[in-house]
Design a protein around this ligand. Structure first.
Ligand code: HEM
Length: 516
């Protein structure tokens, strides 16, 4: 019996050792790549490569890339390993321009990849689509985001901003939790514009749709790892088959979109919002054999729903966090808040006390405040690209004349690192909207400001994001004086888990009604 037990233990040990050895060899097989090519690199650890602290959730990805940038910014780029995959962190602004714009055909795709079987709406949306499919979708969707279309939708955004003020009015406490409040505002805006839904997040105590979206972003540790793998090691995610978006969220979005489409078609309703435009696009896509879009009906329907899904997910938290960060900085800098309110008051006086699309364009200081907010708090802290074909890099130093980036390597652009480089932004921890006067903007090199990315993959919803952020801020600041509350965290600290820059805990600020 003891002999049998010993042999069983021996077999288990042999098996585990072999598996560990195979995994070790698999994970480390490319670890010599940068060294062999003479490219400066950071020494990897087995299995995790250079991402130990990201896996242990000590830092978010953008913060980790900032550390790499800070330590190696004397080099134009540095090689790292995202688990077993080689990746290049690019520091040099000319090379960033080559990646994002000049040679965008080589770097057309995001590395981010999920499987259609596990996450259909994440797989089929424009952010994740690759190659020709992405190109077609981008061409189809771009006319949806022109300034004319923004102007048409402004009335929906403005309506929600008025409800935002009513909501704060009803909070019979001077302390407002701005993160949650701004998220309710942008949730209502985006649900209204992208899904045609009146979600009432600013009216209900316990809004269902807000809960649903919160689930998309409040990732469990397992889902946080899965979404990191989607960026850094999609092939590993494919093997592990972890779902990032819960089925109930996918079903809810699918059902909401189809119910609204049907209702509008039956009742001839036109709202000039994203959904209307997408209904038109869907007809065109169905008729266009060259669209590259799935022609099998069910899957094509998901192609359509997936775009509504990405508008909702990419469109609400990015803007609500930007609003929260702007209000936070304005609370800490009353002189800036005062100057901004004076600008808003003047422009509103010229427009019959109404917030208008045209009036917003007449507020340069508001623009400077929003730009500086996105400099100090870039919600998307890094950009990623995949390398389609081998790419010749400029030599990293005089000793290496021929450095080639291999096809399949990821390229990361450390936006947070660049936005905090004192070479471009002296005293980067200071909030200073003056950095964004026309003159100061011109004095900085191109590609040193990347909150919306750049090139053909630049954020398609940039105009909409800016419009909803500014509209909400105007309504709040013309009604309330904002100041730090007893529990306002100073400085802010950031949650290492989510992919988007998110401060830890709640963000309470005091709102004092301005008497008119
Ligand atoms: C303050 C608000 C926002 C910020 C900071 C932001 C930032 C970004 C960034 C950095 C990217 C990646 C760009 C690149 O890789 O070069 C992106 C892509 C994207 N954003 Fe935004 N975004 C915002 C608002 C919005 C809104 C309101 C929408 C939709 C209504 C939206 C939809 C998208 C989509 C669909 C993509 C993928 C585009 C593509 O790959 O072709 N974003 N965004």
């Amino acid at each position: 019996m003891a002999l049998l037990f010993d042999s069983l233990v021996l077999n288990v040990i042999t098996f585990l050792t072999s598996v560990t050895l195979i995994l070790y060899l698999y994970f480390t097989r490319k670890y010599k790549l940068w060294k062999n090519r003479g490219i400066p690199y950071i020494k990897p650890l087995p299995f995790v490569g250079n991402f130990k602290d990201v896996v242990l959730q000590k830092y978010g990805i953008g913060h980790y890339l900032k550390i790499v940038y800070d330590e190696h910014k004397d080099k134009p780029y540095v090689g790292v390993f995202a688990f077993h995959q080689p990746a290049l962190v690019v520091h040099d602004l000319d090379l960033i321009k080559s990646v994002l714009v000049k040679n965008a055909q080589v770097f057309m795709n995001h590395k981010f990849t999920v499987q259609e079987a596990t996450d259909p709406l994440l797989h089929n949306n424009i952010f994740t689509l690759k190659g020709q499919k992405w190109r077609h979708m981008r061409t189809y969707l771009s006319p949806t985001f022109t300034s004319g279309k923004m102007k048409n939708m402004f009335y929906l955004v403005n309506k929600c901003a008025k409800e935002l003020v009513e909501y704060v009015d009803k909070t019979h406490s001077p302390t407002v939790h701005v993160k949650e409040t701004m998220a309710r505002f942008t949730t209502d805006v985006i649900a209204s514009c992208a899904l045609g839904l009146d979600t009432g997040s600013l009216q209900s105590e316990d809004p269902k749709f807000r809960h649903m979206l919160r689930n998309v972003f409040n990732l469990s540790p397992l889902k946080a790892v899965a979404s990191a793998l989607a960026f850094f090691s999609p092939d590993l995610l494919k093997i592990l088959r972890i779902k990032i978006i819960d089925d109930n969220v996918t079903d809810f979005v699918r059902n909401s979109v189809w119910e609204t489409v049907e209702y509008r078609q039956k009742n001839g309703i036109i709202r000039k919002d994203f959904l209307d435009m997408m209904i038109e696009l869907r007809k065109k896509m169905q008729q266009d054999p060259s669209s590259g879009i799935n022609r099998d009906t069910d899957r094509m329907e998901d192609d359509f729903v997936a775009q509504a899904f990405i508008f909702v997910t990419a469109g609400f938290e990015t803007s609500s966090s930007t609003m929260s960060h702007a209000l936070y900085e304005l609370a800490l800098h009353p002189e800036m808040q005062h100057r901004l309110r004076a600008e808003i008051t003047n422009v509103l006086a010229k427009h019959d006390q109404c917030v208008t699309y045209e009036g917003i364009q007449e507020m340069p200081y508001l623009d400077m405040v929003v730009c500086e907010t996105l400099r100090k708090y870039p919600i998307v802290t890094f950009l990623d690209r995949d390398t389609n074909t081998d790419y010749k890099l400029p030599p990293p130093n005089e000793k290496v004349m021929d450095a080639t980036l291999p096809a399949g390597a990821a390229v990361y652009i450390p936006v947070l690192g660049i936005h905090y480089d004192p070479k471009y932004y002296p005293e980067p921890d200071n909030f200073d909207p003056e950095r964004f006067t026309e003159e100061n903007k011109k004095s900085r090199p191109n590609f040193s400001y990347l909150p919306f990315g750049e090139g053909p993959r630049i954020c398609i919803g940039m105009r909409f994001g800016i419009m909803q952020t500014k509209t909400g801020l105007i309504h709040i600041l013309s009604n309330y004086e904002v100041s730090p509350a007893k529990d306002t965290p100073i400085p802010l600290t950031f949650d290492p888990k989510p992919f988007l820059l998110t401060s830890l805990g709640t963000l309470p600020l005091n709102f004092t009604k301005i008497s008119t």
